[in-house]
Design a binder for this molecule. Structure first.
Ligand code: COS
Length: 380
């Protein structure tokens, strides 16, 4: 159940549901099986303006608030988490520019991001810098009117198909986190390459890549904000993206619950549909309750982002932690209800369970969420 706040939100969700049932749900299993980026859905989302949900109107987008990105991602993830990452990844890649970029940068990239003319990815993680994001080794050295970038980034969502990355690199290693800067890098630049496209457990339709930067030149005007501010932009971006992942987890869980209800109502054992056995109906009731709680927390966190409330770091981490754990539990229980059939690839349960796992890992592991939450409550 969604407590949508006004007609605009209700209409948007109705529009999303129609599109998802017509375009996404019928090909979700195939996207997973093929393990290919669904370009046809990218086009559908582009035409609906979904790639510009994070871009304010003055920069060519359709931003009415962070809630809309969450609503879009939740609705798509009910059918296909891989496809929801097209919208999520685009917003994530753009947000460092929104947070720290100049007017010129916002005007130059905003319309192209919003219109889906370019795909943009967020490149923070490195092989040796995952949870400890500040331990990055990628270097950007200023030479005249350009920066020369060397290093590698891993686990980059849409990295293998994107046109630009917002890249985080050390400009002053002796300053630690204060020496990290953010850049807009064109993936057509000489010296840029995709070292590998990862083979993954789930989200198989969302290409994840390792990106190499070998003497890549970025014009000085592609620095986002000021030198040394990169880590702050990265952390602020993650504060904003964690409720989106929480929304994705809510969508996935809702999709798994629906599949379990449908299955439970038609599967007859011992002379009646299994959903009418108390053991199963109570499982369904618990799953529904946990999803309601996760969704309430998620959309409250998204509201705090829109309000720029100082508690946003705290609640975003709470939402991502709680909703992703709910998604994992609900997906596992949904599969359990479907028994042997749940384990078969003819049904969506095993895909949902594989996809659920990543929500506990990316945009900060749930252990890092606990670290962030604990820091926030201890310093209050
Ligand atoms: N908003 C704004 N600034 C923030 C911030 C936030 N949410 N979190 C940290 N900062 C600032 C701090 O205020 C500090 O600034 P000053 O040096 O000016 O005081 C600076 O950033 C360093 O912060 P901190 O000391 O907390 O950094 P740590 O190295 O201890 O790392 C964690 C903090 C662990 C929270 C961070 O590394 C993290 O989020 N790791 C997970 C990364 C992640 O989510 N990766 C997912 C892949 S990217 S899709």
């Amino acid at each position: 159940m969604h407590l949508l706040r006004n007609d605009c939100e209700r209409e948007f969700v109705q529009q999303m549901r129609r599109m998802v049932s017509e375009k996404v749900a019928p090909i979700a299993a195939e996207i997973d099986r093929k393990g290919e980026f669904p370009w046809e859905l990218k086009k559908v989302f582009q035409e609906m303006g979904l790639l510009g949900l994070g871009v304010p109107e003055q920069y060519g987008g359709a931003h009415h608030g962070h809630i809309y990105t969450c609503l879009a991602v939740e609705e798509i993830a009910k059918a296909c988490v891989s496809s929801s990452l097209i919208v999520q990844g685009q917003t994530l890649g753009w947000e460092p520019i929104l947070l720290g970029g100049s007017e010129e940068q916002k005007k130059a990239y905003g319309p192209r991001v919003a219109g889906g003319e370019i795909l943009i990815s967020f490149a923070l993680t490195e092989p040796g810098a995952g949870s400890d994001a500040a331990a990055m080794k990628t270097r950007a050295v200023k030479k005249g009117d350009r920066y020369i970038i060397n290093g590698s980034k891993c686990f980059i969502t849409n990295g293998p198909v994107c046109d630009y990355v917002t890249l985080f690199a050390m400009t002053a290693p002796d300053k630690g986190v204060g020496g990290i800067s953010a850049f807009i890098v064109d993936t057509k630049s000489k010296g840029f390459s995709v070292a590998c496209v990862e083979s993954k457990m789930g989200i198989k339709g969302s290409p994840t890549g390792e990106l190499l930067f070998e003497d890549v030149e970025a014009p000085a005007e592609n620095l986002i904000g000021r030198e040394g501010k990169g880590f702050k932009y990265a952390m602020q971006t993650l504060d904003r993206s964690r409720p989106v992942i929480a929304a994705q987890a809510c969508g996935l869980a809702q999709g798994a619950l629906k599949a379990a209800i449908d299955y439970g109502k038609q599967r007859v054992q011992f002379g009646k549909p299994i959903a009418h056995f108390q053991g199963i109906s109570w499982m369904l009731a618990e799953m529904a309750t946990e999803i309601e709680a996760a969704r309430t927390l998620t959309y409250r966190a998204a509201e705090l982002i829109d309000e720029n409330n100082p508690q946003k770091t705290y609640l975003s981490a709470c939402a991502k932690l709680f909703a992703s754990d709910v998604a994992m539990k609900v997906a596992a229980n949904a599969l359990q209800i479907a028994g042997g059939y749940g384990y078969m690839t003819d049904f969506p349960f095993e895909r949902m369970m594989r996809d659920a796992k990543i929500t506990q890992i990316y945009e900060g592991t749930n252990q890092i969420m606990k670290l962030v939450i604990a820091r926030e409550i201890l310093q209050q």
